[in-house]
Design a protein. Structure first.
Length: 132
C-alpha cells in the first residue's frame, strides 16, 4: 500500500475543489442563482471569470464580489483578476465611421470634415409637412 506525500494530498484536494459545484460552496441562494445563470456551475468555471466580467454580468455588486473572493481564499485559490473594461473608441475613430456611413468615404479629410465634427443625421419616421 502506497502512502501519499503531503504534496500529493494537497494536489488531490485542490483537484477536488475545482470540480466542486458552486451550490455547495456556502453562498447565499441569490449569489448561487446569479452565478448559475451566468453559466458558472463549478469552482473551475468561476476561476475563468474576472471581477469586471462578474460585475457586468448583472445582479452582482462589490459586496457580493468580496464574498466570492473570500470563498476562493478559503479554498486556497488566488483572488479573481480585476480584468479591464473594453477599449473605448477614440473620437477620431467614431467620427471616421460616421463619415463613412454618411458619405461612403472612409477618409475624414477628403470630405471636408475634421475629426470630432458633428454630422447631422435624419431620424427615421414620418416627416411633418410644412404648414400643419
Amino acid at each position: 500500500m502506497a502512502t501519499w506525500s503531503a504534496e500529493d494530498v494537497a494536489r488531490y484536494e485542490r483537484a477536488q475543489a475545482l470540480v466542486m459545484p458552486i451550490a455547495s460552496m456556502g453562498f447565499p441562494v441569490r449569489i448561487t442563482n446569479t452565478l448559475e445563470e451566468l453559466g458558472v456551475l463549478t469552482l473551475s468555471d468561476l476561476l475563468d471569470w474576472t471581477q469586471y466580467d462578474l460585475l457586468q454580468g448583472g445582479n452582482l455588486g462589490v459586496k457580493t464580489l468580496d464574498e466570492i473572493q473570500a470563498a476562493l481564499k478559503r479554498y486556497g485559490f488566488q483572488p479573481l483578476p480585476k480584468g479591464t473594461p473594453p477599449k473605448k473608441e477614440t473620437t477620431e475613430e467614431l467620427s471616421g465611421e460616421l463619415v463613412k456611413r454618411k458619405t461612403g468615404k472612409q477618409d475624414v479629410s477628403r470630405c471636408g470634415l475634421r475629426p470630432g465634427d458633428r454630422i447631422k443625421t435624419r431620424k427615421k419616421g414620418k416627416r411633418k409637412k410644412r404648414g400643419q
